[in-house]
Write a protein that binds this ligand. Structure first.
Ligand code: ADP
Ligand code: ZN
Length: 214
């Protein structure tokens, strides 16, 4: 794999987490999901977690300063030297600009920005039927069910529905995506680094990524 420093961008439910897990099976990439880091803060009941919980429950965005700080700290760790996937970050133009500075400071460059372009109706159906595991695996009651109901195929853990995967919050998250994150996509389009996965299933996405990144 020669393109290894990646951004995964796309609406909630567009498949960023699923494809991250598949790609990590074939390449030694560090998976940096700002959503996962924030959910971990909530679980540990930290001050930051308590602040973030209120915002996330409504489907809003946590402040740029907080998430950029988290990403900077994470990117500085050794395992990121072999390559990384930024999943769910940057989500605002300001985050994208700050990321450019962080990468320059760390002597890193971006190789590709993968845009998961999926229709709204598909997104909402996936989000409201999504089942998550604490190990990072994701399933879907409709299209991608676990082998045993309620149990993670990967680690045997108990699956749960995320607090923000209710229909109401999912709709809010989509609205926030179009308002705040669409401009980030338009920006990365101008860099010539974008790989677009348009309405593709898992297999088609992986085939295209292998062709583009390896
Ligand atoms: P999804 O992509 O399915 O919406 P994530 O796990 O990436 O889920 O994010 C869940 C929530 O965490 C977001 O709705 C937001 O509140 C917060 N969050 C995650 N990443 C960011 C970010 N880069 N900037 C601001 N808030 C974020
Ligand atoms: Zn699991």
């Amino acid at each position: 794999m020669n393109k290894k420093n990646l951004i995964f961008i796309g609406a909630p439910g567009s498949g960023k987490g699923t494809i991250s897990n598949l790609l990590m099976e074939i390449a030694p990439l560090a998976h940096i999901s700002t959503g996962d880091i924030l959910r971990d803060e909530i679980k540990r009941d930290t001050e930051l977690g308590r602040q973030a919980a209120v915002i996330m429950k409504e489907g809003g965005l946590v402040s740029d300063e907080i998430v950029v700080g988290m990403v900077k700290e994470r990117l500085a760790k050794d395992d990121c030297k072999a390559g990384f996937i930024l999943d769910g970050f940057p989500r605002t133009l300001n985050q994208a600009e700050l990321l450019n500075k962080v990468l320059a400071d760390l002597g890193m460059t971006l190789d590709a920005v993968v845009f998961f372009n999926v229709k709204d109706e598909t997104l909402l159906a996936r989000l409201t039927s999504r089942l998550s595991c604490k190990c990072g695996a994701v399933f879907n009651k409709l299209g991608m069910p676990p082998k045993v109901e309620g149990i993670c195929d990967k680690c045997g853990g108990e699956l749960y529905q995320r607090a923000d995967d209710s229909l109401e919050t999912a709709k809010n998250r989509l609205a926030v995506f179009y308002k705040q994150t669409q401009p980030v996509i338009d920006y990365y389009r101008t860099t010539g680094k974008m790989v677009e996965l348009k309405d593709m299933d898992k297999e088609e996405s992986m085939d295209l990524l292998k062709k583009e990144l390896f």
